[in-house]
Structures are given as C-alpha cells and as structure tokens.
Design a protein around this ligand. Structure first.
Ligand code: KIV
Length: 283
C-alpha cells in the first residue's frame, strides 16, 4: 500500500471525529489525479460511467470489463484517496460466489481499495460473504439506479412511513452485515439524519441533505459537463460545457483561417533552411 494512503479505518474515524467526508466520481487518470490532489478522501469509479462516459441510457448495460478498465485508469492517478469500484448490475446478484469473485477482481486487477453495491436487506448475505473474504464493502440504499424501474423510476425514496421504515431497517442490516460506509441516495433530509445518527459507520449522501456524514456527487454533473439531465440535488460548482465548446470553436476557426499554429506554438530551425534547399538541389 502507498505511504499516506487513506484506509477504511481512517474513513470511519472521520465520522467519530465529526469531520465531513468528501467523495466524487472519476473515470480516468486525469480526473482522479485532480480530485486526489485537492484532497477528496474517497474517489468512486461509479457505474454512472455508463451514462456520463459511455453513452448508455442507464447504468444497467455497464459490464465488469468496462468497470475494471476505468478503475485501473483512475487508480494510476491516486496517491492518497480511498478508491471505491462500483459493482455493475448482475455482477453480484447471480450468486454469492460470483459476487466474491467479481469483488475480488476490483481489488486484485484494478487497484481498488473497496467495492460498492446497491441494495438493502436483500443483499446482506452477499455483503457479508464479500466482507468475510476480506474485501471492504460500501452499501448504497434509497434510489438505487440499477433497479430504478422497480422503484417507479428515478424518484425520491422513503417519503412515506412504510418505505422510510424499510430504509432504516436496510441501513441497520447492512451495517450488521459489515459495510464500512453507506451511500444514501435521494431520500428526505430528516430520514438521512436519523439513519446517520443510528449508525456507527459513515453515511455518504447524494440528494439526502446536509446531516449525512459525507457527500458524493457525479463529478461531471457538478462541473456542468453532462448537459442531458441535471438532478435537483446537483449544485453546479462550474459550468464547463459552454467553456469547452467555446474553446473548441476558437480552435476550429483559427485552424481554418490559418492563425493557429503561430510562431509562438511552432519550432524554429537551428540552421539556415536555405542550406537544406541547396543540399537538395545538389542531389
Ligand atoms: O454510479 C455512481 O456514480 C454512484 C453515485 C451516484 C453514488 O453510484
């Protein structure tokens, strides 16, 4: 393990110390390096990869090979942050054995420190199998995009008493099954606060209010790079898409009109070019 790298106990200790935990997604080495350099404590190669980088309509089609490929790239940019790989749909549902083998691939082949998987009480046996194999697992409850169809679409979860009770039970069961942290996605802030108080392990909110122990966002969303759809909970900390398009348009027009590359961006000869022309004429 690299010197200075954050570990699972470090992340749990942050909750005990009352220090908020920051987490963002990265899918390649340049973004992972930037986030790590700024001191983001956990970097998630989310299966949101499918939507923001691979052009799929949802996270469902994302494969193990795609996830591992991007985890490997992100891991090469990280010195300190804890790297979490998101287990894609059907990589942990078919059997406990498959779940352990696939979780192991994130650690052995892709440089991840932990895996994340979606689901509540129903995935607890799977979670404890992976944890017993020595792999740190992060839970993910509330809006679980891999099964959003079963939840009635991309909707806020836990707003009525029955579903709030179910989420609270899932949170307790997942903690008992051994997860080291848990993403709470799109649930009311008061429910997230209650779950966060109940658990010893940290909760990481996305659309779950300010009382979670940490926060996560899809980096492309908070930088204004994914223009297709912006969820209500995303604060645009930058609006990069228009800036990128403006820069690309300037490049295009300068290439077309011959003003790029200018002498500042070209290389000078160290000898007189005429001697080369003369040499050629001699031949
Ligand atoms: O895939 C992802 O990026 C995620 C986060 C939104 C938590 O699961």
């Amino acid at each position: 393990m690299k010197k200075g790298k954050l570990t699972v106990p470090d992340i749990i200790a942050m909750k005990k110390a009352g220090e908020k935990i920051t987490m963002l997604t990265a899918y390649d080495v340049s973004f992972a390096r930037m986030l790590d350099g700024v001191g983001i404590e956990m970097i998630l190669v989310g299966d949101s990869l499918g939507m923001v980088a691979l052009g799929y309509e949802s996270t469902v089609p994302v494969t193990m090979e795609e996830m591992l490929h991007h985890c490997r790239a992100a891991s090469r940019g990280i010195d300190k942050a804890l790297l979490v790989g998101d287990m894609p749909f059907m990589s942990y549902q078919s059997s406990g054995y498959d779940a352990i083998v696939n979780a192991g691939r994130f650690i052995k082949e892709a440089g991840c420190d932990a895996v994340k998987l979606e689901g509540g009480t129903e995935v607890c046996a799977t979670v404890s199998g992976i944890v017993q194999a020595g792999i740190a697992v992060m839970g993910h409850i509330g809006l679980t995009p891999q099964t959003a169809g079963n939840l009635g679409g991309y909707k806020v979860q836990g707003q009525d008493l029955e579903s709030a009770r179910k989420l609270l039970k899932s949170a307790r069961d997942l903690e008992a099954a051994g997860v080291f942290a848990m993403v709470l996605e799109c649930i009311p802030d008061k429910l997230a606060a209650l779950i966060s108080r109940e658990l010893v392990i940290p909760t990481i909110g996305i659309g779950a209010g300010v009382d979670c122990d940490g926060q996560v966002l899809v980096t492309n969303d908070m930088l204004g790079m994914f223009e297709k759809f912006v969820p209500k909970f995303v604060k645009p900390y930058a609006n990069l898409a228009p800036q990128i398009k403006e820069a690309v348009a300037s490049y295009k027009s300068e290439v077309k009109n011959g003003s790029y590359p200018d002498t500042e961006h070209s290389f000078a000869m160290q000898v007189d070019i005429d001697s080369l022309v003369e040499d050629q004429n001699k031949d």
